[in-house]
Write a protein that binds this ligand. Structure first.
Ligand SMILES: [Zn+2]
Ligand SMILES: [Zn+2]
Length: 224
């Protein structure tokens, strides 16, 4: 085969030599479409692993770098959910289905990690969140980013907290937010109440009671 005025290049991915016409030489980086795609795939995997490996200190530092952008998305005159509590600072940007706000923390050029807004608020005011710790809401308003409404807790603290709050309402069975969410997710996925009850290890009557309480909660009777 003749070079025919072509130019030799080395593949960025496999290192093999290949030839291109001079007018394509500036853009030729890969010997084949396969090498191009493998290369981009592995770059993506590397960045993914990099983002996953970010520790609490580094995440807090990256978040601090975007503090003004973050606070620009917070509405500091939110509702007063309980007497004696200062107003909630509600996240005014994207809210996840579960009710928590989410903020994109830039981690590398062109790359980000989605972090819950209240966790960002904690990192911006109190520093890194120790591994495995939750940032809990004193106000129970998941969209809230008011640092004075946030506290650190373990998962066990959170479960206890939610169970106590569940018990406080009309003497129903102790229930946790996780259980309620699990029930709703199962029902939305098309499960029957009987299946939900057996999956969650509770009776059908309990499923009904929890759903009734949820509907009351959703329609705002909780404020009373
Ligand atoms: Zn190649
Ligand atoms: Zn709040």
């Amino acid at each position: 085969m003749s070079g025919g005025g072509s130019i030799e290049r080395r593949c960025t991915h496999c290192g093999d030599a290949f030839r291109v016409t001079p007018n394509r030489a500036h853009e030729a980086k890969f010997c084949s479409a396969q090498c191009r795609s493998d290369h981009h795939m592995s770059a993506r995997t590397d960045r993914f692993q990099y983002v996953r490996a970010i520790g609490p200190e580094q995440l807090a530092q990256l978040t601090r770098g975007q503090g003004s952008k973050f606070w620009g998305k917070v509405n500091k005159s939110g509702p007063v959910v309980r007497e004696g509590l200062s107003p909630c600072w509600e996240w005014a940007a994207r809210i996840r289905k579960d009710g928590y706000g989410t903020f994109k923390v830039m981690t590398a050029p062109g790359f980000h990690k989605s972090v819950s807004a209240h966790r960002c608020a904690w990192m911006l005011t109190d520093g890194p969140i120790p591994a495995g710790m939750l940032v809990m809401h004193v106000c129970d308003n998941r969209a809230c980013c008011n640092p004075s409404h946030l506290r650190l807790g373990t998962n066990a603290d959170n479960m206890r907290d939610m169970a106590e709050k569940g018990r406080g309402k009309g003497g129903g069975p102790p229930r946790t937010r996780q259980l309620v969410e699990r029930i709703v997710v199962l029902l939305m996925a098309g499960a029957t109440r009987a299946l939900v009850a057996s999956t969650c290890g509770i009776s059908r009557a309990t499923v009904d009671r929890i759903l009734r309480a949820e509907r009351e909660r959703a329609s705002g009777t909780e404020a009373a």
